[in-house]
Design a protein around this ligand. Structure first.
Ligand code: ADP
Ligand code: MG
Length: 143
C-alpha cells in the first residue's frame, strides 16, 4: 500500500470542547504521522474557497458560518493508504450513523458540526494540503 498524505481539519465544535489534543492522539495511535499542524481562525474567504465544491448545496451558508465561528486545527497526516484510512477513522458524515470508536461518533454533534474534515481523494488531498501549507512547512516523517 502506498504512503499517502491527507488533510485533516479539527473543526470549531471539537476545538471549543478542548478535544483537539485527544483527536491528534487518536490519529497518532491509528498510525498517522502528523507532518504539519497549525491552529488558525478561518476567514470567510478562506472557508468559502476551501468548500467551493459545496457552493450550490443548501447547507453552504451554514457550513461557512460554522467553520469561521472559532479556531480550527489544520493538519497534514501521513501513513500507508492515508486518504481511505483517515476516512475510516473519521467515520460517517452524520455522527449518528458513524461506527463506534470513530472520531465523529466520539466527538461529533450532528451532520453539520461533526468534529473533523478529511480529504475524499488523493487528488483532493494534494489540493487541500497546498491550500493551507506551503511545501516547506510540511516536514518529512521522522524514521
Ligand atoms: P464529509 O465531510 O464527510 O466529506 P461532505 O463533503 O458531504 O461530507 O460535506 C462537507 C461538510 O458539510 C460536512 O462535513 C458537514 O460539516 C457539512 N454538511 C454535510 N451535509 C450536511 C447537511 N445535510 N446539513 C448541514 N451540514 C452538512
Ligand atoms: Mg467531503
Amino acid at each position: 500500500m502506498a504512503v499517502e498524505r491527507t488533510l485533516s481539519i479539527i473543526k470549531p465544535d471539537a476545538v471549543e470542547k478542548n478535544k483537539a489534543g485527544a483527536i491528534l492522539a487518536l490519529l497518532e495511535e491509528s498510525g498517522f504521522k502528523i507532518l504539519a499542524c497549525k491552529r488558525t481562525h478561518l476567514s470567510r474567504q478562506v472557508a468559502e474557497g476551501f468548500y467551493a465544491v459545496h457552493k450550490a448545496r443548501p447547507f453552504f451558508g451554514e457550513l461557512v458560518e460554522f467553520m469561521t465561528r472559532s479556531p480550527v486545527f489544520v493538519a497534514v497526516l501521513e501513513r500507508d493508504d492515508a486518504v481511505a484510512q483517515y476516512r475510516k477513522v473519521m467515520g460517517a458524515t452524520d455522527p449518528a450513523k458513524a461506527d463506534a470508536g470513530t472520531i465523529r461518533k466520539l466527538y461529533g454533534g450532528n451532520v453539520g458540526e461533526n468534529a473533523v474534515h478529511g480529504s475524499d481523494s488523493l487528488d483532493n488531498a494534494k489540493i487541500e494540503i497546498a491550500y493551507f501549507f506551503p511545501a516547506n512547512e510540511v516536514a518529512p516523517a521522522a524514521g
